[in-house]
Ligand binder design. Structure first.
Ligand code: 5GP
Ligand code: ZN
Length: 113
């Protein structure tokens, strides 16, 4: 499958990996929107949050635990951070493989642009 994040998950394209296990890879965004900007990506190809199925519920919980671990290790659990899942055209999704942006180490405005 010609999917950028599948290729990163398979190590066909390099990334600055901050966490990896058999289900999930997390790596630094190539174009960071905050001083801390990591993408947490399931290795399974899921196009968007709209495609998550009942069988993925353990994977979704696991992703949350990976976000917790990354947040604690980087210190943003103390300062605060934002988890973003852009979806579809209006949501600004540019890569059609589910990913969780984890942004921090600056004050994040609300509402987002
Ligand atoms: P989206 O726009 O779909 O919500 O997020 C896609 C993210 O992937 C963007 O923040 C973009 O900077 C990042 N990105 C695109 N191509 C690459 C790449 O080749 N490597 C890495 N590490 N990040 C990428
Ligand atoms: Zn994919």
């Amino acid at each position: 499958m010609d999917c950028l994040f599948c290729k990163i998950a398979n190590h066909e394209i390099p990334s600055t990996t901050v966490y990896e296990d058999d289900q999930v890879i997390a790596f630094q965004d190539i174009d960071p929107k905050a001083p801390f900007h990591v993408l947490v990506v399931p290795k399974k190809h899921i196009s968007s949050v709209l495609e998550v199925e009942d069988m993925d519920k353990d994977l979704m919980y696991h992703i949350v635990t990976v976000i917790q671990k990354i947040a604690k290790e980087s210190g943003i659990d103390q300062s605060g951070f934002r988890v973003v899942v852009n979806t579809g055209e209006d949501g600004g999704q540019s890569v059609q493989h589910l990913h969780f942006h984890v942004l921090g180490k600056r004050l994040l405005n609300w509402p987002p642009g």
